[in-house]
Design a binder for this molecule. Sequence first.
Ligand code: T1G
Length: 699
Amino acid sequence: MSDKIAYSRHGDIAVLTVQNPPVNALSQAVRQGLWDGMDRAEADDGVKAVLIVGEGRAFFAGADITEFGKPPMEPHLPVLINRIEASPLLVVASMHGVSLGGGLEVALGCHYRIAVPSARVGLPEVHLGLIPGAGGTQRMPRLTGVEAALDVMTTGRQVKADEAAKLGLIDEVRDGDPKQNGIDYAQSLLGAGAPRRPVSEMDPPAAIDWDGAFEAILARGRGQISPAWCVRAVQAGVEKPFAEGLAAERKIFMDLMATDQRQGMIHAFFSERAVGNLPELKGVEPRSLQHIGVIGGGTMGAGIATSALLSGFQVTLLEMTPEAGEAAHKRIAGNLSGALKRGKISQDKHDAILTSILTVVTNYDALSDVDLVIEAVFEEMSVKKKVFTELDRVCKKGAILASNTSYLDVNEIAACTKRPEDVIGLHFFSPAHVMKLLEIVVADKTAKDVVATGFELGKRMSKISVRAGVCDGFIGNRILSTYRTAADHMILDGASPYEIDKALEDFGFAMGPFAVADLAGLDIGWAVRKRKRAEGIDPRARDSSYADKLCEDGHFGQKTGKGYYDYSAGAKARVPNPDVMPLIEEERAKQGITPRDFTSEEIVRRYMAAMVNEAAKVVGEGIARRPLDVDMTLLFGYGFPRYRGGPLKWADIVGLPELLADMKEYQKEDPYFWQIAPLLEKLVAEGKTFDDLNKAAAA
Ligand code: T1G
C-alpha cells in the first residue's frame, strides 16, 4: 500500500488515514493508496465499516493541481469515488480543516459525513477554470437541491460546517479529534444498523430554468466560462441516469482542462503563492513588527492605517494639525464601520481600535518607538525629504522608514537620511484596506532584513506582495503609463474612448482605461503630464492636449460628476460626456490626422502589445524579478482578468513570435513608441517563453 495512506483497525472499523502534507492533495499515490485501502478493508475479516480521515491541517484540498496538464494517471478520481461508494461496507468520512474539490467529492462518495465545527467544504474548481470533475456536480445537487449546489459551485466559496450541515452535505458536526469522532460515529451507525446510503442512488432534484441560469452566470463571469458550465453538468445529472450524468460532467471537465482559461487560472493560483517567495530572502529573519506609524491621514494614509489595524497592529498616525488629525480619525472610523458591517471585526474589536489601539498625534516625537513608519503625504519630492529628515531624527535605531510613493525615486528619499539601509518603498493601492496588491520597492541600499520585514508586513495584512526595483512608476504604474499611452495614440488615430473601454471590458477588464481614469481622477494624469512636460518630453513622442482641456474645464471624472463620461445619472448609469469627442476631433485636426476605424480586436492587440512590451522591459531590467511578478501586479492592482493569468501568461498563450510580429508592424508607424524589449527579441530568437523564465527562477 502507498505510504500516503495508513491502514489501522479499531474494532470492526478499518481506518484509512491520509498523510500527504501540506494539504493532503489527491495525488496519484494517494488515490492508489485509497483504492488499496478499500480492497484491504473489504478483505479484512470482521471489518464492517471504513473511516476515511485526513492527518495534518486538512481532510483533502482536492485533486493535485501539479498533475494538471500532464497525462492523467489511474486510478482516476471519479472511478475511485464510485468504487468507494459501491463498497459493501459502510463508509464514513470525518472532515476537518478544508475539504475542497475532489476532497469534498470523496466525502460525497462516502455514505455518511461527520465534521468538526471549524471545518470548511467547497467545490472551488471554477477558480482554476474548471468544474468539479469527480461527481460533485452529480452528487451535491442530490443532497442540497440545484440552487444551493450551483451557488456553491459557481462562486467556489468555502462553506462553514454548520451551514454545510443545514444544506445536507454533513450529517453530524462534533467537536474533538477527527479520527476519534469518526470512529465513534461509525460505531454508532453500525450500532443503529444504519444502511449504506450511496448518494448516486438518491433521486435527482427538481429542475430549474437551465438556459436562464446558464446565461445569467455566463454574464456574471465577464468572459470567464467555467462557472456557467457547472449548470450544464448539473442539468445532465437531473435529466440523465447517474452514470450518463457523470460522463457528461467528465466531458465538460476535460474540455475545460484544454482551455487557455484553465492555463491562466492555474498560473494565477501558483504565482499568487510563489510571488512572496524570493530565493534571496531564504533564511533572512524579518525585524519585529508590532507598532506601526503612519504619516498623513488622507485617503491613502487612512487606508493604510485601517489595513494595519485590521491586521492586529498598534497604529500611531501623525497629522499636521488637530483638525486634520480628527478628519483622519473619522476616515478610519468610516473604513472600520464598513469592516464591522461585513463581519470582518467584532463590535468589541471595533471599539477597542478606535479608543486605544489607534493613536492620532501631531508631534513627530510620538513616533520614537514605532517598529516601522509608512509615509503617505503629498507626492512631492521636497515634501517627502522633509518628512524623512524628521523620521531620521526621531525614530529608534532599527526602525524601518517606508514611503508609499507611487512614482518618486526611493533612492533619493533614502539619501536624505543617515540610515538608507532602513529605507524601503511600500506602495499600497487605493483603497489600501481593500486592494490586495503591495509593491515592495527595494532601493539600492535597502538591507535584506528590511525587505524581509516588508514581505512579513504584507503577509500579515493578507496582501499579495511583489518585489519591485526603483524606476519611474516601479512595476505597475510604469506599465500602466505605457498601455495608457497606446490607448491615447489610438484616440488620436481614430478610435473613441468608448470603443476602447468596450473592447477592453469585453476582453475581461472590470473597467476600460478611460473609465478607470475617471474613477482615479483625471487630475492625477494631468499632474503627471505637467511634470513630464516640465522635465522635457522627447520630441519624437506623440503628445496631445485634449485631456488637459477637459481638466482645465474642471472635469476630473467621477469626483466632479464629469470626465470622459457623464455620471449625473450615477456611476453605474454612466454615459459618454458629449464634450469629449469634439475636443478629440479638434486635436486631430490640429495635428493633421485623418481618423480611421479600429476593430475591437485591433484595439486589444495594440493595447496588450504595449503592455507586454513594457512588461518585458521591466523584467529584462530586473525591476521585476520574474514574469509572474508582473502578472500578479496587474491581476491584483490593475484589474487584469484573472482567467487570462496576467499579461505575460497571456503573451505566452497567444505566442511571442506573433506578438513580436505585430510590434514590428506598429514600429513602422511609430519607431519611438514601439522600441521593442530586448528580452522579447531574445526569447523569440531562442524559442522560449516567459514561463521558462519563471521555471528557471524557481529551480
Ligand atoms: N494541489 C497541489 N498543491 C496544493 C493544492 C492542491 N490542490 N492546494 C494547495 N497546494 C499547495 C500550495 O501550492 C502550497 O504549496 C501549499 O499547498 C500550501 O497551500 C476533480 C479537479 C487548501 C485552502 O482548488 O485553496 O479537485 O507554495 O499556501 O493559504 O473536481 O491552498 O507551499 O509550495 O495555499 O493555508 C480543487 C486549492 C482542486 C484548493 C490552503 N482544490 N488550494 O491554503 O496554504 S481541483 C482547490 C487552496 C479538483 C476535482 C478537481 C489552498 C488551501 P507551496 P497555501 P493556505
